[in-house]
Design a protein around this ligand. Structure first.
Ligand SMILES: Cc1cc2nc3c(=O)[nH]c(=O)nc-3n(C[C@H](O)[C@H](O)[C@H](O)COP(=O)(O)OP(=O)(O)OC[C@H]3O[C@@H](n4cnc5c(N)ncnc54)[C@H](O)[C@@H]3O)c2cc1C
Length: 584
């Protein structure tokens, strides 16, 4: 068993992991492990942009941004964390610009900004242009820039190393166990500080905008080590996925003037959000689309989708501002968006919940905020929580660069004080070895694809946009069975090199485990808040549920759900931040 040492091991080479690495590089010994080539991380797929109250297009302020984020979150976001993020946003964007990100620009030379859902001026008056972008390839250019900076500063990359477990010394983290995909060799990475930036988990749903790699490995791994997950019931469905495919059509399409229409051509968002219409937050737009379908106003022969109409935009504007969208619509549906509307449906998009952390990225293990020594998390895998029950578009890229950097800074401070790595236990890789041997040693059983398809159908049918007690209780039960089925799949491929069947079998186990937390927390939350919408409890219930959930995985595979207080520090001095009914 090979053992390697680095002061800091960052797992994940998306924007969150790379931003932390750049912060530490040059001064510390940093390794970044990624199961994909870094440039294939899902951050590279981000289209529409990154928010910051720069005020380049019109007056704007971080306080307005914080208000929108908290209101958008349906008041579940931790208000201090939101304040930190929104105040730091303008600095963070200028920093990206100086690192080399080629943002789109106004004629004046300033970074261009466009409207996005839920971002408003003066506490909800009207949409504001707050989202900075590089056409509709914003994530792509940010990822390339940070990767180049990391290479320049000699960050050590381990590409195609998949992490399968944490190394623990008592309650502290002191390394990870990874498999090198090329050789299937297990390697223990011993470290003083470990950071998880492993991204989202949309692959547990049948229709999703997420990449194939978004299987929530980081979540599955921490749960098996006794660390809880926070707010897992909040899963965002983006309103505009390509019909039948789920591939994302960015909200920037509506920011640039696109309009949602039902089967009779009506601009239906005027009825649901009279002030900001198509630019309402995603939870509201997705539910409105499904209401239209349920009431028989869908488009097409099956009346089973709605239309995103960009025909008012000139061909030149689409080509300049939304080139990716144009090519997706043409390639996948044969639709030229400047001539005909694009058929769309909501698609599973973003995880608001994740590994609980404080504003410096330190992972916490309980409602009291007890730190897990040696362990940080940032990005979509983490829950700071700045998105609460519903994230606003373009606030994720901001979250990555703000909290990725803060985690990097905090790790640097920790390294100054720490005496050296905690010694490794003798048997770091036994659990992983047993897991792999168990899967390879089985002859019968279902295939990975069979069980994964069953999981994706279940989550889509019973744990998606609209939920109810009966469906969720069934989901919890069925997930217990799926857990057993996932453990008994057969892996016929015994090769050593790039054994994707084996790795998918392991990812499937993570998927079932985190899905169980989503269902359990959703069952327990008897209210509707943000992306969590219960037919049987249609109202938000602040008296009983203005609290985060924490899910623990028990030895027998069951999930225990407990609560954690929401930080309402802005509301304490400013009545505008006190939870109230959300109207747009
Ligand atoms: C299509 C699409 C468009 C989007 N557009 C926008 C947008 O315009 N604006 C916005 O704000 N947000 C957007 N989002 C959301 C945003 O892009 C993501 O939330 C964000 O990129 C996640 O970044 P991350 O750094 O946390 O993880 P990712 O970029 O997903 O990276 C995860 C990394 O972890 C690694 N990894 C995972 N598991 C393991 C393992 N077991 N071992 C080793 N490595 C592992 C992967 O290899 C990868 O490098 C979009 C999302 C999608 C899907």
């Amino acid at each position: 068993m090979e053992i390697r040492y680095h002061d800091v091991v960052i797992v994940g080479a998306g924007l969150a992991g790379l931003r932390a690495a750049v912060e530490l590089a040059g001064k510390h010994d940093v390794a970044v492990l990624s199961k994909l080539h870094p440039l294939r991380s899902h951050s590279g797929a981000a289209q529409g942009g990154v928010s910051a109250a720069l005020g380049n297009a019109e007056e704007d302020s971080p306080l307005w941004h914080a208000y929108d984020t908290i209101k958008g979150s349906d008041y579940l976001a931790d208000q201090y964390a939101v304040e930190v993020m929104c105040n730091d946003a303008p600095r963070a964007i200028i920093e990206l610009e100086h690192l080399g990100v080629p943002f789109s620009r106004f004629d004046s030379g300033h970074i261009a900004q466009r409207p996005f859902g839920g971002h408003t001026r003066n506490f909800g008056e009207a949409p504001v242009r707050r989202t900075c972008y590089a056409a509709d390839r914003t994530g792509h250019v940010c990822l390339h820039t940070l990767y180049e900076q990391a290479l320049k500063q000699k960050v050590r990359f381990y590409d195609e190393f998949q992490v399968l477990d944490l190394c623990m010394s008592g309650d502290a983290v002191n390394g990870v166990v990874a498999v090198e995909l090329k050789s299937r060799a297990l390697v223990t990475f011993h470290a003083r500080a470990v950071m998880f930036a492993t991204g989202g988990y949309g692959k547990a749903w049948k229709t999703t905008s997420n990449a194939f790699a978004n299987t929530g490995d980081g979540l599955g791994i921490v749960m098996r080590n006794g660390i809880p997950l926070e707010d897992m019931e909040f899963v965002q469905f983006h309103p505009t996925g390509l019909y039948q495919l789920g591939i994302l059509i960015t909200e920037a399409a509506r920011g640039e003037g696109g309009i949602l229409r039902n089967g009779s051509g009506e601009r239906f968002m005027e009825r649901y959000a009279p002030t900001i219409k198509d630019l309402a937050p995603r939870d509201i737009v997705s539910r409105s689309i499904y209401r239209e379908l349920m009431e028989g106003r869908g488009a097409g022969p099956g009346k089973d989708h709605v239309l995103l109409d960009l025909t008012e935009l000139s061909h030149e504007k689409i080509a300049e501002k939304l080139p990716e969208i144009e090519s997706f619509a043409k390639i996948y549906l044969g639709v030229d968006p400047s001539e005909s509307p694009i058929p769309v449906l909501p698609t599973c998009h973003y995880a608001m919940g994740g590994i609980p952390t404080d504003v410096n990225g330190r992972v916490t293990r309980d409602a009291g905020g007890t730190e897990v020594q040696g362990f940080w998390a940032a990005g979509e895998v983490a829950c700071v929580s700045v998105h609460g029950a519903n994230r606003l578009g373009s606030n994720s890229l901001l979250d990555l660069i703000v909290f990725g950097r803060r985690a990097g800074k905090d790790i640097a401070g920790f390294l100054k004080k720490s005496q050296g790595p905690l010694p490794l236990e003798a048997d770091t890789s036994t659990r992983v070895r047993d897991l792999i041997d168990g899967l390879l040693g089985r002859n019968g059983g279902e295939t990975v694809a069979e069980v994964r398809t069953a999981l994706q159908r279940l989550m889509m049918d019973k744990v998606s946009v609209f939920r109810n007690e009966e469906g969720l209780a069934e989901a919890v039960r069925e997930l217990r069975e799926l857990r057993e089925r996932a453990r008994e799949v057969r892996v016929l491929d015994a090769t050593m090199s790039f054994n994707s069947e084996l790795l998918e079998a392991i990812e499937l186990q993570y998927m079932v485990d985190y899905s169980a937390t989503v269902a359990a927390a959703a069952l327990k939350r008897r209210e509707s808040r943000g992306a969590h919408s219960r037919d049987d409890y249609p109202r938000r219930d602040d008296e009983n549920h203005l609290e985060h959930s924490l899910c623990f995985l028990e030895e027998d595979g069951s999930v225990t759900v407990s609560e954690k207080a929401v930080d309402l520090s802005l509301a304490a001095s400013d009545p505008r931040f006190v939870p109230k009914e959300r109207k747009y």
